[in-house]
Design a binder for this molecule. Sequence first.
Ligand code: KIV
Ligand code: ZN
Length: 532
Amino acid sequence: MSTATTAGSDRVVIFDTTLRDGEQAPGCSMTQPEKLRVARALSELGVDVIEAGFPAASRGDWEAVNAVAREVREPIIAGLARCTREDIEQAARALAPAARPRLHVFLATSAIHRQYKLNMAQEQIVARAVEGVRIAREYCDDVEFSPEDASRTELDFLAQVVQVAIEAGATTINIPDTVGYTVPDEFGELFRYLRKHVRGIERVTLSVHCHDDLGMAVANSLTAVVAGARQIECTINGIGERAGNCSLEEVVMALTTRAAFFNLKTGVTTSRLYPTSRLVSSITGMPIPRNKAVVGENAFAHESGIHQHGMLKHRSTYEIMQPTDVGLPRSNLVLGKHSGRHALREHVKQLGFELEEAEFNRVFEEFKALADRKKELFDGDIEALVLRAGGLQSGPWALEQLDVEVHSGAQAVATVRLRHTDQRVLERVASGDGPVDAAYKAIVQATGVPVTVRKFEVHAVTIGEDAQGEAILYVDCDGRSYRGSSVSTNIVEAASRALLEVVNRIELSRHAGARAGNEPRASGAPVAHSAA
Ligand code: KIV
Ligand code: ZN
């Protein structure tokens, strides 16, 4: 029996590739525990497919796909592979524990890619595509094929490749606009052309995968759906290569808000969009622009008097969606040191987070400590605590103590005590041009990890003079880029913890490289994808 969601169906499959295409974006790399956390959140969000990674790209990717396949049981778990036996076997092994595995094989088809990247003739591409799909079918009944750079491929050749992929056993055909080049009318035509000229296309799920180089990824994806696609590949917050991918929250809310136009459904629980978006932003360190559609801070803020007046008369004058539809907290309720477990639990729930008991206990402990330092705690404070609580220590080093002395006209002096998981405790004293500089020097001395700070940002997560500050740090080390972040009422502490997160990531990636016997992939740098 076919499991395809064909063009006549009113159901659109949401295929999330935050952990694969999203993670390929510069500065968006995630550790394995972070990937698991995102995968669980995506499962709760109700996506149909999670593309968990590209197993042949690195040891870390393989392990992450394997861990997601073991632990996340509801959605289909997909792994990406080039059309080579080695890649496909690696992906199949990584996916082996999945309840519902999918192998996603891809091969570039456009003249530009054929000539400059692959140096292959059309006939060779056809043969390789067939081989890739056939090998994948040896391991899995659910096989997706993507002709990379499809939107810049000659239409008749694209149709030929798609047809042989279907004949070889592909169950989903995904049409990528790899370089974000197409425009809606043209892309709609492409889908109509394929549906008209490819035999058997009505038996498979037709999918769309758009990049946002010209800001049209969502529009192009919606046009494809109108033209018969029934799977949309997208990422949370639209993160991804270069300008990113089609944004999941935007495309889902377009289908939901304009249901009367599209007449299509998804399985997404829209009230989980905002917390999932915040989680991915906090883990990747990729901020959400204030004016971002659906999940940006300003998405539901009405500033002008005329708009406010209209809103007071009737919300629908200027609001096409309700904040609660996407899980935006209803109120900025204030908690304080007298608030108990029950109030905090309710508040956390209202913000859209489900915590396990152990996690909640950790949040409550930190909440009490923070409430002693800070009079009023706002949504942003609670959110920061929750997002931090689920994150496991990202590597071997933990900060035990930090003291800083600053005297005007003199250098600042920092004393830092760190504990390593091998039980070593190291204390170092260093001076610097300011408290953060001094603390950084002490941490670098203690850990022996030389980093070059490229960018350091601090911003308040809430309001008031005792607001918590989030420190975000971008550093280079061993020719790669890393990012770390932390939140505290003490900005020097936040900065030190952010640096320690980076040091931990570096140690882990050095360790992973040594284990895999090859160079670990640079944080966020393109992987084997471009060498397909
Ligand atoms: O953009 C692209 O072409 C891809 C494919 C691997 C689907 O990410
Ligand atoms: Zn892509």
